[in-house]
Design a binder for this molecule. Structure first.
Ligand SMILES: Nc1nc2c(ncn2[C@@H]2O[C@H](COP(=O)(O)OP(=O)(O)OP(=O)(O)O)[C@@H](O)[C@H]2O)c(=O)[nH]1
Ligand SMILES: [Mg+2]
Length: 241
């Protein structure tokens, strides 16, 4: 199953450089405002079962110029739909807190304020006192990773942190679809969410789907008949003997 993640952050933080380093692609990176004018999507390998999709987005900034609003529209969609946002921060910027807050304010404004965020402090190669590391939150989850997109330092930690955060965000749910739910079934397959399927006596399907809380909630809202027959979480503790 492919989860989507999006690089967000202030312009010039190093999103495109990081995108190239994580995906072996060649996206234009330049030391100028708004080098990235469009959203791009590529596959990124992380430890564990599945690669994830990573999108590079237009840089956030206070008072976005009008001609960038259209490009920003695509960014907005990628950002709202991503399972995890990677907030790239230039660790050497002087007004680092202001820029960070500005990005959070923009995320809020575009309706992505509740998305899970992993902070990526970039450009540590410019400060000899900084080394790659991971900061953990109260539940032991990675909340920030210190890296250099230019030298590649810390990118292995970043991939592992992304995998850990994506794992934690998902749960397996069991749903029963009626024979008339074929389109919904196709959509779940397209999302890469289906991990098991059985035919029901009624001629429909019983599916085990692996979805993040946001996607799952959205699905239940769109298909109230599923909500009525939800059986709760399937992941039972492994047998111990
Ligand atoms: N020293 C150093 N420079 C970096 C690093 N990552 C990016 N840069 C430089 O920072 C500048 C901006 O990088 P980009 O990757 O274009 O930044 P961006 O966030 O994509 O910028 P926009 O697309 O304009 O929002 C370029 O000159 C990069 O070479 C890093 O890890 N270390
Ligand atoms: Mg860019």
């Amino acid at each position: 199953m492919l989860s989507t993640t999006a690089l967000v952050g202030y312009t010039n933080a190093g999103k495109s450089t990081l995108f190239n380093a994580l995906t072996d692609s060649e996206i234009y990176a330049a030391d100028q405002l708004f080098a990235t004018l469009d959203t791009t999507l590529r596959r990124m390998n992380v430890p564990g079962e599945h690669p994830v999709l990573l999108s590079d987005t237009v840089g956030f900034i206070r008072d976005l110029p009008p001609d960038l609003v259209a490009a920003f529209q695509a960014t907005l969609e990628e950002t709202r739909e991503a399972s995890l946002l990677l907030h790239v921060i230039d660790a050497q910027a002087e007004d680092i807190d202001d820029k960070r807050d500005e990005v959070l304010a923009v995320l809020d404004r575009i309706g992505a304020g509740e998305q899970p965020v992993l902070e990526v402090y970039n450009k540590i190669d410019l400060d000899p006192t900084q080394a790659p590391r991971v900061d953990y939150g109260e539940q032991g989850e990675p909340v920030a990773v210190w890296v250099s997109a230019r030298t590649g330092a810390g990118l292995d930690l970043l991939r592992a942190a992304v995998a850990a955060r994506l794992d934690e965000a998902k749960s397996v749910h069991s749903v029963e679809l009626a024979p008339t739910d074929g389109r919904l079934r196709a959509r779940l397959y397209k999302m890469g969410a289906v991990i098991a399927e059985a035919i029901t006596e009624a001629g429909g399907w019983r599916l085990d789907v692996n979805l993040g809380a946001g996607r799952w909630g959205q699905l239940l809202a769109e298909h109230p008949h599923l909500a009525a027959q939800v059986e709760g979480f399937l992941d039972e503790p492994a047998e111990t003997g």
